[in-house]
Write a protein that binds this ligand. Structure first.
Ligand code: SAH
Ligand code: SF4
Length: 467
């Protein structure tokens, strides 16, 4: 019996999907090469913006249509993945939906998808092999919703294979409650995994050849602040930011065979002196921080409940750059938040310039049911959101070019990821700052090698050089 998992959304979903694959393999199922040979298809959904949810639910609907049409062949030309029409060989028996959209929709999931076999929220993905078994025995429309404090099973399951990079979830849920954000409603309360569990997982990955781990949490620097389940050997967890995260970095820095440690996402309040010290002291910790700012206007930041001002945010960036001028800072920005004026938007533009971001992801505000801001009128017209999005992206292109120009002539340590997608004669990898570096391999290289690349050419999103 073969299965396939389709993933939408963030790195946390990518990680949850990988855990599901590992659990399914352990339960005796095989991974399908593509949809046409899958008996079981599981869609991992996102709900952070309306469009993200629509995509995942729509995909599920198409798969169910394909399942319903079993035995009806179609022309190969139209047999694209996700279309209701599929090759005669297709034999989908079970379609399941997992992840954030399930928790948001609850029982309504069966209103949108009446023929869905199972739906399971985040923090309950460990149940999937059992749910699949029940569906194979004839059950359908099973719904499993996790509690906000649930501790998932199977969190440390990794599918084998020789990947050089791996995600490791260290902090589940979020207790921040930013006004626009649905994440706390769907991913529940914060729970920090015990350090010894994380270290054991990373050791096992390194022993298998993984060179780089990326530690995941919505507000990952809050690791250790709240954990009802910790024992006496784990870091203390009083309120506020603690040293638990820097100490976790220290423990992971000592793992043999591991070359790099990354983590995401961060909140400026977590950019403590201890964190900067960890960057300085532990060489495996990469010099990059994804520090979502959301807005540069103090008025909007206050409405969003972000708990920092523009000045405080810029101070956090300055602290990182004072320690290392090449330190890479990337961000997320929302345009078109309710009531965002031209002046607010210009404040975001100028903050982005002052912060000198190495990269930025811009999102158009999307009201999410049940969040505080959903009660406010979504009053910035779609075309205006689009315009602001384009302006920020154009600014970032210019800024990215300028920032990367300064690196021409420097030597970057690059973890090799594989041949370049655009030009197979070149290889590609990332430097410590998570910058994509494309290079000519003057000697044979392998995926997972660390090589020194001298940069000869800069573009807004990539650096080019030779070993
Ligand atoms: N925990 C992370 C963010 C997770 S959501 C953090 O706070 O750093 C990823 C990004 O989606 C956010 O940074 C934000 O920019 C965007 N986002 C979240 N809710 C949104 C909404 N309702 N509309 C538009 N963008 C949103
Ligand atoms: Fe959402 Fe804010 Fe939590 Fe990030 S910190 S997941 S934006 S509530």
């Amino acid at each position: 019996m073969k299965f396939l998992v389709h993933t939408y959304g963030c790195q946390m979903n990518v990680r949850d999907s990988e855990a599901v694959e590992a659990l399914m393999l352990a339960a005796g199922y095989e991974k399908a090469a593509d949809e046409s040979e899958a008996d079981i298809v599981i869609v991992n959904s996102c709900t952070v913006r309306d469009m993200a949810e629509r995509k995942a639910v729509g995909k599920c609907g198409n798969l169910i249509a394909a399942k319903e049409g079993r035995g009806r062949a179609c022309r190969p030309a139209t047999a694209e993945a996700g279309r209701a029409c599929r090759p005669a060989t297709a034999a989908i028996k079970i379609v399941g939906l997992m992840g954030c959209a399930v928790k948001r929709m609850g029982t309504d999931v069966f209103k949108s998808l009446p023929k869905l076999d199972f739906a399971v929220g985040p923090r309950r993905f460990g149940a999937i092999p059992r749910l699949v078994e029940r569906c194979l025995a004839g059950e359908t429309r099973i719904l499993e919703l996790p509690d906000d404090d649930e501790v998932p099973t199977g969190m440390d399951a990794h599918a084998g294979g020789a990947s050089f990079q791996s995600y490791v979830t260290v902090l589940l849920g979020c207790d921040n409650r930013c006004s626009y954000c649905i994440v706390p409603d769907v991913r529940g309360h914060e729970y920090s995994r015990p350090a010894r569990e994380v270290v054991a997982e990373v050791r096992a990955l390194a022993a298998r050849g993984v060179k780089e781990v990326c530690l995941l949490g919505q507000s990952v620097l809050r690791y250790g602040v709240r954990n009802p389940a910790w024992g006496p050997d784990d870091p203390p967890s009083p309120g506020g930011y603690t040293e638990a995260f820097p100490r976790l970095l220290e423990a992971l820095n000592a793992v043999d065979g591991l070359a790099r440690i990354r983590f995401t996402s961060a909140h400026p309040k977590g950019c403590t002196d201890e964190l900067v010290r960890a960057y300085a002291e532990f060489p495996k910790v990469c010099r990059h921080l994804h520090l979502p700012v959301q807005s540069g206007s103090d008025r909007v930041l206050k409405e969003m409940g972000r708990r920092y001002t523009r000045v405080e945010y810029l101070a956090a960036v300055a602290k990182l750059r004072a320690f290392d001028p090449e330190f890479a800072v990337t961000t997320d920005v929302i345009v078109g938040y309710p009531g965002e004026t031209e002046e607010d938007f210009e404040a975001t533009r100028s903050l982005m310039e002052e912060a000198g971001f190495d990269n930025a992801f811009v999102f158009k505000y999307s009201p999410r049911p049940g969040t505080r801001s959903a009660a406010l009128p979504d009053d910035v017209p779609t075309e205006e959101k689009e315009r602001r999005d384009q302006v920020l992206l154009a600014d970032q292109q210019v800024r990215g070019q300028a920032r990367n120009d300064r690196l021409v002539g420097t030597v970057r340590e690059v973890l090799v990821e594989g041949p370049s997608l655009r030009n197979a004669a070149r290889w590609s990898g990332r430097d410590s700052g998570n910058r994509i570096v494309v290079f000519e391999p003057s000697r044979p290289v392998r995926i997972g090698d660390l090589v020194q690349v001298r940069i000869r050419e800069a573009h807004p999103q990539i650096l080019i050089g030779e070993i």
